[in-house]
Design a binder for this molecule. Structure first.
Ligand code: AMP
Ligand code: MG
Length: 346
């Protein structure tokens, strides 16, 4: 009898403790938008409504910037043949931010590369390898600095023959907007997976950092080779493995070098950017994939105001990380002999 009572007290204490540390239940929403599956997860009061609003925002943004929907701003721009086009309130600030980042990256990011992206078939899946003459013509039409914008009327003019696509920055932009919206709705713990773009809000419900995996570009199974621990940050990866086709034994991926209009071959297999601003991270993930290890290092040193760190996985399997991630970065346990170089300011 006495033993039963002691056991009952013990059980009550145990249950009370479990009650104290019980995590709030996550609210989750799956969304298909911007050509990718997205998973939105948030915790706490207001999470369900905030995620419903987030889904609404993603749909509105996609309708504005899709290059395949005929009535989007981007379709209007790409068909305007040199005439000015007034774009929506959703598109205009994203377009301005993207143009500014094209400048910061010295044109490694160039949102006017769309005619080339289309010519390779990355929009339709009807893949082909354009011949050198066609590539030279396509490359000549890539130049973000020729885009004219007029802020008061939200008017954008592309030279005739040029086409634009915000795909390299849009998911990061969406993550940044949703971060602000969720914070405003009082959500202090959320993780948004927007197809290769992770946006975290606050920390995990228990106060510990989010651990975001970095995929091994050489793995067919999508295995992770490392993770970064972050709070309130975006973690954005660009990799050749995300979209590609093979022809005659050669792999052609969807990230193009604006100088050649052909897939960028810089020796980088994937570029992951970590920073507080999702738009910057997304833009730089694409740009660093184009720039390669040396160019990435230079950009990181020259632009402290962009406030980012990176993880580059090179084609030989080695890894470069910048100083700011030294403590946040962990190799997967079965991969601890991989070569990791820390890039520092000195
Ligand atoms: P991300 O996955 O963010 O690296 O974006 C890649 C997408 O951006 C591609 O699927 C193309 O639509 C487009 N793109 C490819 N190369 C570039 C480039 N150098 N600059 C800007 N956009 C690009
Ligand atoms: Mg990007």
């Amino acid at each position: 009898m006495r033993r039963t009572r002691i056991f009952a007290v013990f059980l009550t204490i145990l249950l009370l403790c479990a009650g104290c540390s019980r995590q709030p239940e996550p609210v989750q929403r799956q969304v298909f938008a911007m050509d990718t599956f997205m998973t939105l997860t948030a915790y706490g009061d207001g999470a369900a409504q905030a995620l419903a609003d987030a889904e609404g925002y993603l749909t509105v943004l996609e309708d504005a910037i899709s290059v395949t929907q005929p009535d989007s701003d981007l379709s209007a721009l790409n068909q305007a043949q040199g005439s000015p086009v007034q774009v929506s309130e959703e598109t205009f600030p994203l377009l301005l931010a993207a143009l500014s980042l094209c400048g910061d990256t010295g044109g490694a990011l160039d949102i006017t590369a769309y005619a080339a992206v289309r010519a390779w078939g990355f929009t339709t899946g009807e893949y082909r390898v354009p011949d050198p003459q066609e590539l030279a013509q396509l490359a000549a039409q890539i130049d973000y600095s020729a885009v004219q914008v007029e802020a008061v009327s939200r008017t954008v003019t592309l030279p005739d023959g040029m086409a634009m696509d915000l795909g390299a920055v849009a998911k990061g932009w969406a993550g940044a907007q949703l971060h602000a919206q969720l914070e405003q709705a009082g959500v202090t713990s959320a993780i948004l997976s927007l197809g290769g773009n992770i946006q975290t809000v606050g920390s995990k419900p228990d106060g510990s950092p989010w651990r975001v995996g970095i995929q091994d570009p050489a793995s067919d199974q999508g295995a992770c080779l490392a993770s970064v621990a972050v709070r309130d940050m975006a973690v954005v990866t660009s990799g050749g493995y995300e979209r590609y086709f093979q022809q005659d034994g050669v792999t052609y991926w969807h990230i193009l070098d604006p100088d050649t209009a052909a897939p960028a071959r810089s020796g980088v297999a994937s570029a992951t950017i970590v920073g507080p601003d999702g738009t910057t991270c997304d833009a730089l993930s694409t740009a660093l994939f184009v720039l390669g290890a040396q160019g990435a290092e230079q950009l990181w040193r020259d632009h402290p105001e962009l406030n980012f760190d990176y993880v580059l996985v090179l084609e030989d399997g080695s890894i470069h990380i910048t100083q700011g991630l030294e403590n946040a970065f962990t190799l997967a346990q079965d991969d601890t002999d991989r070569k990791v170089t820390v890039i520092s300011h000195e």
